[in-house]
Each structure stands twice: as C-alpha cells, then as structure tokens.
Ligand binder design. Sequence first.
Ligand SMILES: Cc1ncc(C[n+]2csc(CCOP(=O)(O)OP(=O)(O)O)c2C)c(N)n1
Ligand SMILES: [Mg+2]
Length: 316
Amino acid sequence: MAGRHTKAQMPSLQRAGVGKEITRAELLRLKATAVKCRLASLEMAYRAGSGHIPPDFSCMDIMVTLFFRVLRLDPFRPDWDDRDRFILSKGHAVGALYACLAERGFFPKEWLDTYQQMETRLPGHPDRNVTPGVEHNTGALGHGLSVACGLAAGLRLRKGRGEDRTPRVYVLLGDGELQEGSNWEAAMFAAQQGLDNLVAVVDRNRLQQGDFTERTVALEDLAAKWYAFGWDVAACDGHDIAALVDVLEAPPAPGKPRVIIANTVKGRGGPVMENKPEWHHRIPTEAEYEEIKAGLSAVLESLERELESEERVNRG
Ligand SMILES: Cc1ncc(C[n+]2csc(CCOP(=O)(O)OP(=O)(O)O)c2C)c(N)n1
Ligand SMILES: [Mg+2]
C-alpha cells in the first residue's frame, strides 16, 4: 500500500461501494487473457530480438483490466467519438499494448508476427498513424500525462451536447518516468482544472532502466506528493485484477483527477526476470524463453480448466 495518507485520500472509493461486481467467471477470463497477452509479448520480442518484456509484464494486468473490462471502446471503430481514451505514456511497453489491441480485435493477430520488421504496422514504440487503437505517439517519457490532460479538458467541453457521459481519459505512467518534471506541471494543471474525467495509473514497480527508483531519484512518499498536488489518490496491488476493477471503475471524486498507484513487480509472470534491474530490455536466451513460456502456458492451462468448471457450475 502507498503509505499513511492513503485512507484519507480515498473518500470517493470508500463511499462508492465501487464498480459493478465482477463474477468469478469474468475474473478467470481476465486472468487468462493477461497470461495470453504475456505470451504474445514474449513471443513478439523474442522473435524480433528486441523489445521490453519486463515492462510489458509489469503493466499487463492493468492493461487487460482496462481493455477488456473498464474502457468504453469499439475495436471496429477505433475513432469512435465517444470512446474512452487510453494513453500508454511508458511507450516502451508497447508489446503489452499490441497484445491487448490484437486480442481485443483492433487488428489481426498475424500482425504481431511483423513486430519491428520493415514496413510493419507495429513499430517499436506506439505510433497512432499506423496502428489502430493507438491514441498517441509515445516513447519519449514524460509527455503522456500532459496530452491526457489536454484530451480530458477538451472532452469535458462537450458536456451538454446530449451525450450520456463524458468520455474518460486513462494514462499509464512508469514510476521512473515520474522523475520527468513535466509530469508535475501537468499534475498541477489537472487539479486546477478539476479534471475528474482523468485517471492516471502509476505502474509502481520500483525499477527504472538500470536501477531501483529509490536509488536513482527517490519518489517516496509518492501518494503524499500526488495528494499535495490536489489529486484523489488510491493504491492497489497492480496484479490483483479484482482490486484493479474496483479502483478503475470507482466513480470520480467530483472536481478532482484521480491517480492510482498500482504496486507491481517488473517482469511479473516470468520468474527469471522478476524485479531485476538488468532485465529492463534484455531478450531471453533460448533456454530462458522456453522456461518463461512453459511457466505461462501451465498457468494458462490451469486457469482455462478452472474457467471450464466454473462455467459448467453456472450452467447448472
Ligand atoms: C525522455 C526519455 N528519457 C529516457 C528514455 C529511455 N528509457 C526508456 S525506458 C526507461 C526507464 C523507464 O522506467 P519506468 O518509467 O519506471 O518504466 P518501467 O520500465 O519500470 O515500466 C528509460 C530511462 C526515454 N524513453 N525517454
Ligand atoms: Mg518502473
């Protein structure tokens, strides 16, 4: 958890009784999807000999919860005016984004085989000009939150046009990325403008490129910092999909942007890579690749068996 300030910062979550309850079958389906997407990210980067597998795995449960449950979107109409917007500010985790977009039906899964090849529609960092479902070009860290603020402010101006709901804007930030000062300029702007249709999720894996955040430019007390900047602050286990659904679907605190500090493990799902600075963008050897793949495949099989029996029970 994010520390002593958290309770005081979460009045809206405590009040809300939070989102629509998730069924056991849906939870199992989301967990299985997160494993499938990890396999896709692993496959893509291993085949290309390039990518960021641990940053992908770190945020995969967050991204799957967003793309398969929380976000209002239509894969057949990526430009649908009323869609929620998602910006992957930590653009190096593009493998997670492509895996989710393909699994959600934004483009054919065969495209994943072309990741980082010449003429591909899936380049090494997100590019909205070539990939359906990508909202913004990222990769240079520190810009996503400012863009998300602009989007949220713009979408709010549409109030009164008869829409049932102002689209929400979600932005996923790396924790090391928060060392970029531009984030804190955007944080001040969002609070002053009262952007309550904006949700920032911090992938708090405590690692950046090459070392731990607290040994580089320390971030703690991170919850207190956001609170001081005027945000509604929540924290959760970033690998607990039920907890993520709760915080991501909670109604906004009126007049405040929300930040969710999602505590994660960099490389989660591939034990050989977990929480190791040297794995930031390392590509596994063949033996490591086989080991990670076998581990994930076993988890997937077991989840699918559980899901099958749950569905059998539900059918009666
Ligand atoms: C402005 C900028 N500086 C440096 C980099 C190089 N870079 C790529 S990923 C990364 C580390 C990011 O750490 P964090 O935000 O914690 O993301 P994680 O990999 O832990 O998910 C760095 C420094 C960059 N992409 N952009
Ligand atoms: Mg990090």
